[in-house]
Design a protein around this ligand. Structure first.
Ligand code: HEC
Ligand code: HEC
Ligand code: HEC
Ligand code: HEC
Length: 450
């Protein structure tokens, strides 16, 4: 569980000038690790007149202290360093790696920006972890031009800048390391050797990083909006696609006769037998392995709140997939792979709508209600789903309070703390305690979220 707190933050209310983006284009931009261009090195960004100012520069389009924020506060600077610690040495020993973790490509793939040697410029340093170009794309073609007169965001993108401002593209970037993709992946073998469980949500983690950008008038003029809740909802859809793509990938989907275990709820296997906690949920019976449906649950609530006409169809497809994965039962002539492919296509088709949607206070309130409602259907029986729900609810409450939601802040804070307490120990998570805390929250939010 990331270090989170309920803090009424100042929100950036953006007009919904949604960029007209189709998924195909977003998914077509190569990720930084797959770009054909050369990586020039973070040192090129570090000067105080570039992005290394100590404080934000007034009168400039961008803050210009991005490098300073990254260097001082961003965990990505430690991503390589952790490969040298005892935990990494132990992981490397248990996996029987031939080289130490910091010299092993499968670790460097996520713990640094490590393109092939031919694409590494002279000043690129693996040891600086996930640097600017690890997210913004190798700078060979855009470095000089992006500060020239006549530079524009569109030209930068054409020259290989990664479109981080587009929600689906950002989510795909973050998830490529925080979940994995077809070029890098933390399998259950890695987890078994001691790699931590990965838990992630794009909006929350963007503020935790912390964000080194400010969405103001000139940002909107250059790039359109960057609405937190849009990033969250699109992020959930992209996370579901990552899960389903892994499930259906013959390389990553299986380990010998078994499916890849990281796709399932960790705690459905990893909890003491004396703590019997099964409850009727989403159509799968007791004693079967459960797909990690945390992002699917969020997406169900999103669809119910934003696209009610699609809700019944979506729920039916999710239910059918759960059943097919857990028991092999599927409609005649189909198996779980067919169902997973169909659901992937459905989720892909939702993304443009989620990107175009506006996320005003009324929409936020509807999503909040839908999430609390999930709990009444015992949906948060597993830790991972409850954790996602907590991150979403925190974001929503933080966005709604400054927009005038009428609520007793002290009581709200105590309800949020109770939710967080229910998540304190993943191995001894008790769904009933989390659900009771959500009911308290529901009472506090009335009449806002009745
Ligand atoms: C698919 C990307 C990916 C791969 C591959 C990967 N990691 Fe990680 N690793 C992560 C992410 C993301 C985190 C941070 C998890 C968090 O805090 O949410 C992490 C965290 C860790 C941590 C805990 C760091 C801490 O701050 O305590 C260690 C140790 C670690 N990884 C070692 C390794 C080693 C060794 C390898 C290679 C065998 C490896 N990782 C491969 C993505 C990856
Ligand atoms: C973990 C990924 C990540 C890393 C590492 C990263 N950025 Fe960013 N950066 C983002 C995201 C996401 C945004 C917000 C979306 C956008 O506007 O592109 C952003 C935005 C920016 C912006 C645009 C602000 C604006 O108003 O348009 C600048 C400039 C920037 N980053 C510079 C840097 C620099 C310099 C570094 C290295 C010191 C860096 N970034 C490292 C992800 C990253
Ligand atoms: C190239 C791989 C990579 C990419 C891309 C990436 N991350 Fe990370 N991220 C990591 C690794 C590895 C760690 C763990 C570092 C450590 O433990 O020191 C990490 C850690 C973090 C943390 C700290 C988590 C904690 O437990 O304290 C946050 C927050 C975070 N990333 C957010 C993001 C966001 C938001 C994006 C997308 C804009 C992103 N990351 C993209 C690899 C990546
Ligand atoms: C289908 C059941 C199942 C699921 C789901 C599952 N695991 Fe495991 N896990 C196992 C088994 C079996 C072992 C091997 C136990 C042993 O060696 O004694 C194991 C071993 C481990 C170990 C090493 C424990 C040890 O004693 O050395 C870790 C850590 C771990 N799993 C983490 C996870 C995480 C994190 C997830 C979810 C992302 C997960 N597991 C999902 C069954 C599962």
């Amino acid at each position: 569980m990331p270090r989170l707190e309920f803090t009424p933050m100042r929100s950036h209310i953006g007009l919904s000038l949604a960029l007209l983006m189709v998924v195909g284009v977003v998914f077509a931009a190569p990720l930084p690790n797959q770009s054909p261009h050369r990586t020039e090195g973070t040192v090129n960004c570090a000067s105080s007149t570039c992005h290394g100012s100590i404080t934000p520069l007034e009168g400039s389009d961008v803050l210009q202290n991005e490098y300073t924020t990254w260097l001082r506060l961003d965990r990505h600077t430690q991503a390589y360093a952790v490969l040298l610690n005892e935990r990494s040495r132990s992981i490397a020993r248990k996996l029987g790696l031939k080289t130490p973790a910091h010299a092993t490509q499968i670790c460097l793939d996520c713990h640094s920006h490590a393109p092939g040697p031919a694409r590494r410029g002279k000043r690129h340093v693996l040891g600086e972890g996930v640097g600017c170009e690890g997210c913004h794309g190798p700078a060979e073609k855009w470095l000089a031009g992006h500060v020239e007169d006549g530079a524009s965001h569109a030209r930068n993108l054409a020259q290989g800048l990664y479109p981080t401002e587009r929600p689906a593209a950002q989510a795909r970037l973050c998830l490529s390391c925080h979940f994995g993709d077809d070029s890098r992946f933390v399998s259950h073998r890695l987890m078994g050797a001691g790699h931590p469980r990965l838990s992630f949500e794009v909006k929350t983690f963007t503020s935790l990083e912390p964000a080194h950008f400010r969405v103001d008038a000139d940002y909107r003029k250059r790039k359109g909006t960057h609405e937190g809740l849009k990033v969250w909802s699109v992020g959930q859809a992209v996370a579901v696609i990552h899960l389903l793509e892994t499930l259906t990938d013959p390389k990553r989907g299986r380990q010998g006769p078994f499916p890849e275990l990281v796709l399932f709820d960790c705690h459905s296997c990893h909890h003491p037998m004396s703590e019997q906690r099964w409850s009727p949920r989403l159509g799968v019976g007791p004693g079967v392995i459960r797909l990690n449906d945390s992002n699917l649950l969020m997406l169900r609530a999103i669809v119910r709140a934003l696209m009610p006409q699609d809700s019944a169809g979506f729920d039916a497809e999710v239910h059918a997939l759960h059943l097919a994965v857990a028991t092999g039962e599927a409609p005649p002539g189909k198996d779980y792979l067919d169902l997973a492919h169909a659901l992937t296509r459905r989720v892909e088709s939702l993304i443009p709508g989620l990107e175009r949607h506006s996320y005003d206070a009324e929409v936020m309130r509807r999503i909040l209600v839908a999430l609390v409602e999930e709990s009444r259907q015992s949906s948060f029986a597993d830790y991972a789903g409850a954790e996602q729900a907590y991150m979403a609810i925190t974001s929503l409450v933080n966005d709604l309070v400054p927009r005038g939601m009428k609520v007793d802040k002290t009581a709200l804070r105590s309800a949020m703390n109770r939710l967080l307490d229910a998540l304190a120990n993943d191995e001894h998570y008790q769904p009933a305690v989390f659900q009771a805390a959500l009911e308290e929250l529901r009472a506090r939010l009335q009449p806002a979220a009745r």
